[in-house]
Design a protein around this ligand. Sequence first.
Ligand SMILES: *Cc1c(COP(=O)(O)O)cnc(C)c1O
Length: 689
Amino acid sequence: MAKGLFITGSDTEVGKTVIAGGLAAILREEGYDVGVMKPATSGAVISGGELVSEDAQFLLKMAKVSDPPDIVSPYLFEKPVSPYHSAKADGVEIDLDKIMGAFAELSKLHDIVIVEGAGGLYAPLTEDKFMGDLARMMSLPALIVSHPYLGCINHTLMTVGAADIMGLETVGIVFNQWRKREFPQPDFDLIEKTGGAAVLGLTPFIESIEEKTVIRVIRENVDVEAVIKGVDYYSPARAVPRQKSYEERDKKYTWHPFTQMKQWQESSVTVIESGDGVTLRDISGNEFLDGHSSYWCNAHGHRNIKVNNAVKRQLNKISHSTFLGLSNVPAIDLAEKLAELTPEGLERTFFSDNGSTAVEVALKMSFQYWRQVEPETKRNRFLAVKNAYHGDTIGAVSVGGIDLYHSTFNEMLFETEFVPAPYCYRCPIGKKHPECALACAELIDTALKKQEGRFAAMIIEPLVQCPAGIITAPQGYLRRAYEICKSHGVLFIADEVAVGFGRTGRMFACDHEDVAPDMMTLSKTITSGTLPFAVTMATGKIFDAFLGEYEEMKTFFHGHTYTANQLGCAAALESIRIMEEEGMVSAVQEKSAELSGMLAKLHDIGNVGDVRLRGLIAGVELVKNRETKEEYPWEDRVGVKTAMEAKARGLIVRPLGNVMALYPAPSASLRQIRKMTDILYASIARVTR
Ligand SMILES: *Cc1c(COP(=O)(O)O)cnc(C)c1O
């Protein structure tokens, strides 16, 4: 990528073409090889029977280059309105990939590319992308051209603010007296102080935009050196030293979860700086498809404008006030919404900030519940499922069934009973589904009978045990487990931290089998990956058991400082609103059917033992021997190697042991999902060959 500068205006008709052309000429005079670009021109004129961009022609003349018009100005429209609307009038849809392709070509041809926007940063290009978004996609810093007339402080500061909001770096502001009219000297100090962007000069009115005059006036009135410095500072050339510096400091100061840091320190580190939709971008500009939706959190794509705006609106009201002794607006709205959305009976929302904590709350709540409804209760045990994962706090690990995590902390944990996982590919009772007649579910009955009256609750990940390796339960298992718990009077806790919010093709996994749990834990997708946030939902019956006189000590003595954080609530509310408005759940069903077809061809690879899919949650189990289902030894690290191979090909996935999990965001397009599965296929084929 070349260096460059994105010239934008505080408004239309402030003379940004003159400034852009003048700067291009000056940079050329300073010895740089300068290219120019006008990505979209509306109000193009007909000359010689063809549409031409007069702005682009001026830029080319000033830079003294003659690049092909289709890359200098890929889109030309006659109607003098926004690019999006003028394109629409011509029945055209602007393709940002085409613009980015043209920009990439110009970047190859020149050291510096000066790109002139159309209108301001919020001039629409497509239905949901603006001129400023294009600047960010090009990784170019912005130079704002403004006017010195009445209203200029307002317009200039709004543009600086828009650049900040859009994630752009601003090199500075040039005020241009584009009309002959007199004006009062603008208060530059105030603009610099409040906007935080440098004022680089004020260019006086010029009668003719003749090359020499333009160059002279800009040289005399604009801090050209600061412009060049800005172009250099924000150029991709800094990517190499930045990568090195961030990598070194990561290795020196951070400690990553579930990571052998010795190994980490010996490998290269990818440092993510930005994202867009299902794409992640690192500080060197490398792009990756987010194959696990940032660990099962992101639903609507990174940098989703609606979620971001909802958080910003809340941010500008208040970020956080305690839920202890006070309530707040978005928390009440969200609690009502969740009561409406979640399965029948779940009425109360207890807020926290991560999945483990939501589980911890559910465990303590059910434990205390029994103490309050049965004073002599012996219900102090929990039933859980082998291979289960419920988080990493002590209570959550205690009910977790992954031995690897258990062994070290065993002495800190409370005792839990486990039933085998409904893992059909490796059936715990040696049968084939459906011949088993869900015998694995009946084991729950056996376990509960064996210690009748001792269990407070059963905790389960409905439909899919995700961290265990995308273990999908056979149809009917969840319902049967629920019925059995009911028949023994044992509380049923549905841990939907991973599967909740549409991932399985219903809003909640429990909805598939008409299960109305006593408690439900939700986190990950709840804010679409915006903020750490979680809830534990409980029925009215549970809640009522905690009501009493002050002296009765029936209060639930548990809470976290950031409980019901307003920003988290606002993000969750907006995310849910989008899910409903855009019909996300039915979109997941449709995409799931397509994904199923795409995954089918993975069976061509000899070492693919099993492919599991529920909604948009997919798992591909790799085996050493397909006939015997012999597992790859753990130390072979085939999962890790496959993930590394996928990353080299532009896809981020994490292995779950020998299972490759694909967990695309529901907003991913079919084309993107296909690309993910293609890369996964190639990576598995390569590593297992
Ligand atoms: C991720 C996860 C948790 C733990 O959530 P954290 O936010 O990581 O603490 C709990 N249960 C399930 C099913 C999960 O997938």
